[in-house]
Design a protein around this ligand. Structure first.
Ligand SMILES: [Zn+2]
Length: 309
């Protein structure tokens, strides 16, 4: 049987069978060419070990590929669903959800808006989820409506400013509104913020894990100390919250992920992609191979909803 590949990864095993429901082998082959995977061969450092042992079996994920962090901005569900078929990667759609005070192209704020969103995604072969915004988001919806979601994703990138109001840490005015002058102090507060969100919010998946604001990003290895990583990871395990490996940000880095895996964290893949930049999971698969992740390490959308209360 000819191997079915996603880039350099052989997924013709268990996950390949699952994907074969989504697309034909010809499409898979087209994907490998279309993504230009060949030109990356040998470029990544982790590929060195594979080169050293030519007899080594190619790594084969034993789980289906899912991009859990897909936004519909500037595209339709039909365009996105067609791309999912083409790539052989199932998508989890996450519209922003919370109070209208959150500024995004679209924010779901009521049960009715959430129901219309769920109806729009029904039968499209995608997971139906939301990206929760700020700490008051859940009060916008009834528990019965939230229970209809396959999962809830949230990130820690919106952070309380000096005045206690929400600040998007990626925006230009963030360094004026949030004190980052002492990076160590900021990190302690940032870790506390992660712990607060994970322990208090009814979420299933921490998105954009380990992302740092631009002024601190080049100090990642120094600021994400093993102690800080462990505190976030242990909280995630305790509260049943999985961590996203971000294909777009190339985060978390391997050192962070190793500690998280030791703690027993479950992982999910995500791109935070807008059309057509979703489903490209190369960084996630690099990390998966380096960590030898298997199905048991992975978050299962729709099955791993956090038990509330
Ligand atoms: Zn997002």
């Amino acid at each position: 049987m000819t191997a079915i590949t996603y880039g350099k990864w052989d997924i013709s095993g268990k996950s390949g069978q699952s994907h074969s429901r989504l697309l034909t082998r010809r499409r898979f082959i087209g994907l490998g060419v279309g993504m230009g995977i060949g030109r990356f061969a040998g470029r990544w450092a982790w590929a060195e070990s594979a080169k050293a042992d030519p007899q080594a079996k190619p790594y084969r994920p034993d789980f289906p590929l899912v991009d859990c962090h897909v936004h519909l901005d500037n595209s339709t569900i039909d365009q996105v669903a067609a791309l999912s078929q083409k790539l052989g990667v199932r998508f989890g759609i996450v519209e922003h959800a919370g109070a209208k005070e959150n500024r995004y192209p679209k924010v779901l704020s009521t049960d009715q808006e959430l129901q219309e969103y769920l109806d729009m995604l029904a039968g499209k072969g995608v997971y139906r989820a939301v990206q929760a915004e700020w700490i008051d988001w859940a009060s916008c919806f009834s528990p019965a409506m939230l229970a209809k979601l396959d999962y809830v994703l949230m990130d820690a990138m919106t952070f309380p400013g000096r005045d206690g109001r929400r600040v998007k840490l990626w925006e230009k005015d963030a360094p004026e509104r949030v004190d980052m002058s002492d990076p160590e102090r900021f990190m302690d507060r940032f870790v506390d913020w992660h712990v607060k969100l994970i322990s208090e919010q009814p979420i299933d998946l921490l998105g954009n894990t380990s992302w740092l604001p631009p002024p601190l990003a080049n100090r990642y290895a120094e600021l994400w100390t093993p102690e800080r990583v462990r505190r976030v990871a242990q909280t995630a395990v305790r509260y049943g919250v999985a961590m996203e490996i971000s294909a777009s940000y190339h985060l978390p880095k391997l050192g962070f992920l190793k500690i998280a895996k030791e703690c027993g964290v479950r992982f999910a893949f995500g791109t935070n992609g807008r059309y057509p930049n979703m489903g490209r999971l190369d960084y996630c698969l690099q990390m998966t191979e380096a960590l030898q992740l298997s199905q048991a390490d992975m978050f299962r959308p729709g099955q791993d909803r956090r038990k509330k209360g």
